[in-house]
Design a protein around this ligand. Structure first.
Ligand code: PHE
Length: 337
């Protein structure tokens, strides 16, 4: 019995010495100290010994158990220290840290920024209005009576209280004129809403940019000059502009603007609506304000509005308007700068 204990002790400590990694060490622990390990089995066999023999073997066995336990513990600490050291040895403090990917503006935001910058150079300032509008600001004051086709409920989203999602940014014209006397020279980029079926060229929410210039003796020549300048700044000096007679309830005369440039495939493209502010609009403002600050006999103005999504699609060769709102990074990254 004594020899057996000694040989087990020796075998255990020798293999602990030889162990090079933690899993091997754990296997050794199980082999000797586990429930059915060799040392545990020996203590069970103590039952077979005589009463006199038991204490001696008991203490020998305990000694062997604690020796092996200590050896395993020590070796575990040693192996862990080595592993730690090699982890630090691999750590290179001079390596660059994890890179933060830089955000970029959405292509529509970039285009809006460019457009705003050009108009600012012409003395336009930014104006804003709510997306949820009253019928007065979106239609009535813009000379669009209740029986006008644009008032059809099919055309926009109505709230239970009678307000609606603005169908165009032209409502901002009214908001501004209500609150400030001429001269006025503003642009108003923002969202507009229509009850359109969503497809490759339509979204229920899109982006427009409105412009309004009201002062004494603003003429059609000012309108033409300003918009031609804008489109040439944006698309290049060789860009051609065409003003085609059209109808809008709130401008008279009214035009649609087509432009043509090699950059956009050299064919005429309809881009904007514009015209001279209709006297009926000025009258509605005067009535609302309760003064004659916008007396159509004394002042005049031009207004325009165009769709920025449309412009972005043409400029960037984007085939489907939905790509602008899908937030697919594979698409958007192409325009990151
Ligand atoms: N609001 C018009 C539209 O959405 C565009 C427009 C604005 C026309 C200003 C004339 C003057 O179609």
């Amino acid at each position: 019995m004594e020899d057996k204990i000694r040989s087990i002790r020796e075998a255990a400590t020798t293999s602990v010495d030889a162990a090079n990694d933690l899993p091997t060490l754990d296997a050794i622990r199980v082999r000797y100290l586990g429930k059915t390990g060799e040392i545990s089995l020996l203590s069970q066999s103590m039952r077979d010994l005589s009463k006199e023999e038991r204490p001696r073997f008991g203490s020998l066995l305990n000694e062997a158990r604690s020796l092996v336990t200590d050896a395993i513990e020590q070796k575990t600490r040693a192996l862990e220290a080595v592993a730690e050291k090699s982890r630090y040895a691999q750590f290179d403090a001079t390596l660059p840290g994890p890179t933060l990917s830089r955000g970029a503006s959405h292509p529509l935001t970039q285009l809006m920024g460019k457009a705003v910058a050009i108009f600012r150079r012409m003395g336009f300032s930014l104006a804003d209005g709510p997306d949820i509008e009253t019928e007065f600001h979106c239609f009535d004051a813009l000379n669009t009576p209740a029986d006008h086709p644009a008032r059809n409920e099919q055309d926009t989203f109505y709230l239970p209280d009678g307000r609606l999602l603005r169908t165009h940014t032209s409502s901002v014209q009214i908001r501004v004129m209500e609150n400030q006397p001429p001269p006025i020279r503003i642009i108003a980029p923002g969202a507009a809403y229509r009850r359109d079926e969503v497809d490759a060229t339509h979204l229920a929410q899109f982006t427009q940019m409105e412009g309004l210039y009201v002062a004494e003796s603003v003429s059609l020549a000012d309108l033409k000059g300003s918009l031609e300048f804008f489109f040439r700044e944006l698309f290049g000096a060789e860009t051609q502009c065409r003003f085609r007679p059209h109808f809008f309830p709130f401008t008279e005369p009214s035009y649609e603007i087509d432009i043509r440039t090699a950059l956009l495939g050299d064919s005429w493209m309809e881009l904007a609506g514009c015209g001279m502010v209709d006297p009926a609009v000025f009258e509605a403002i005067c009535q609302k304000r309760g003064d004659r600050a916008f007396d159509p006999e004394k002042i005049s103005g031009f207004a325009f509005g165009f769709g920025l999504d449309r412009l972005a699609m043409n400029l960037l060769a984007i085939p489907d308007i939905r790509m602008l709102v899908e937030t697919d990074l594979r698409f958007l990254r192409q325009f990151a700068n």
